[in-house]
Design a protein around this ligand. Structure first.
Ligand code: FES
Ligand SMILES: [Fe+2]
Length: 428
């Protein structure tokens, strides 16, 4: 449970808000590289942290992310002409380069130098791992480029998709931290989804719906350990990583690709659920790739031409009550991602966290909120740099392991929780 002010602080990320300041310290995924497929391709609207921006790629392939609206009289530059090293507003022809600098105001005499005084807000945009990343903070605080493992393995071993989710980013993040719901909400999919089924760990998941949570702080965020009974008094541990502010990695299952997310605010009532899958030592099989493209695992099918899921709140997520009744899926909604999204959206755009009744399996969520609150306070009061910026914080892994009862996961799985060169995740 949070106080009203705390809930507001954590959920508001627009310019000038404390949480918005925190998000503006990190490189964030902004677009898929495939959205800007070639030089001079059509510009793309991007809304992030409540700022409306336009992304485009110029004649020389330089990537640009800048204020969506023309400095003249506010026309959306999404309508712009992407031509000869610049984006030209179609209303009166003002032209901007990839840094947002105005380079031509056709109605003014060139000698006046008027255009030099006009510059739109613009942010760096850099490709890594098929994703275009941006940094929206102060230039003097710009951190090194992100080194998440999924974005640095060879291209045939990584797949990233994104979907819009119609609720605040924190609701979505909390779903990524709360692994106790897997034994309920996703239990049907554990045996049927091509990217989840068949691992030994699934049986532990299904046989023990009362996991014991042990959550410890990590340098970049939290390690969320969920302990379930295995054979001979041993425990099956699923260890989720949360790295500040919005990265979560799901513990692996057998030899399946490893899944994870970034939960990035579009505005206070919508977010992007970025969803990645990767393997370290082998390319995906054709079947794995086909499953990801078909919206299986943590991916979704779309309304054609959009990143909105085909199952959405306008069609009640295509809920199938008969399937719910016979237990084919626990909630009646099909697909892991939409099971999560449907329930998180059902809470309303921003859940009132003053009214919750939290239990021990919510420890991860409680600790994440407090870490965020503490971090924002230290950043604002003392100018402290937040966790999650260091490469070492990003070179982390989730793990699933069976351990004897006297071993704590954070010691016994220490190596498994960091990137090990040319070795797969530790998994059951
Ligand atoms: S509004 Fe863009 S040039 Fe006039
Ligand atoms: Fe889930």
């Amino acid at each position: 449970m949070l106080k009203k002010e705390q809930n507001e602080l954590l959920t508001h990320t627009g310019p000038g808000t404390p949480m918005g300041q925190l998000f503006r310290r990190y490189w964030l995924p902004a677009l898929l590289a495939s959205e800007l497929p070639e030089n001079e391709c059509p510009p793309v609207r991007v809304k992030l942290l409540s700022e409306r921006l336009v992304a485009w790629r110029d004649t020389d392939g330089r990537l640009a992310l800048m204020d969506e609206f023309c400095a003249h009289r506010g026309v959306s530059l999404w309508f712009g002409r992407n031509e000869e090293h610049g984006l030209r507003c179609p209303y009166h022809g003002w032209k901007y380069d990839h840094t947002g600098q105005c380079i031509e105001v056709p109605s003014e005499p060139t000698e006046s130098g008027f255009c030099r005084k006009i510059k739109l807000t613009s942010y760096p945009l850099v490709e890594r791992g098929g994703v275009l990343w941006t940094y929206m903070g102060l230039p003097e605080q710009q951190p090194p480029l992100p080194v998440w493992e999924f974005a640095t393995v060879p291209a045939d071993r990584t797949f990233t998709s994104k979907r819009t989710q119609e609720c605040n980013w924190l609701q979505a993040l909390e779903g990524g931290i709360d692994s106790s719901h897997v034994s309920f909400l996703h239990r049907g999919e554990l045996n049927t989804d091509p990217l989840f089924k068949g691992s030994k760990g699934n049986q532990y998941n299904l046989n023990d719906a009362r996991p014991v949570f042990e959550v410890v702080e990590s340098p970049g965020g939290l390690l969320i350990g969920a302990r379930r009974n295995a054979e001979n008094g041993h425990y099956y541990w699923r260890i989720t990583q949360w790295v500040m502010p919005a990265f979560t990695m799901i513990p692996p299952r057998g030899d399946h690709p490893v899944h994870g997310h970034f939960w990035v605010p579009i505005d206070d009532e919508n977010c992007w659920a970025w969803s990645f899958d990767y393997k370290v030592t082998r390319p995906f099989s054709d079947q794995e790739l086909a499953s990801m493209r078909a919206g299986k695992g943590i991916h979704v099918e779309y309304v054609p031409g959009t990143f909105r899921p085909k199952q959405n709140k306008d069609n009640d997520y295509l809920i199938d009550r008969a399937a719910q009744k016979r237990g084919a899926t626990f909630s009646g909604v099909f697909g892991i991602a939409m099971q999560d999204a449907s329930l998180q959206e059902s809470m309303g755009p921003i859940i009132d966290r003053t009214k919750e009744n939290l239990v021990s399996t919510d420890n991860g969520i409680i600790m994440a909120r407090h870490r965020l609150l503490r971090t924002v306070k230290a950043m604002i009061d003392k100018g402290a740099a937040p966790p999650g910026l260091d490469a070492a914080h990003q070179r982390c892994r989730s793990a699933s392991v069976v351990l004897p009862p006297d071993q704590h996961f954070k010691d016994a799985a220490k190596e498994a929780l960091t990137v090990q060169q040319d070795m797969e995740h530790v998994t059951v």
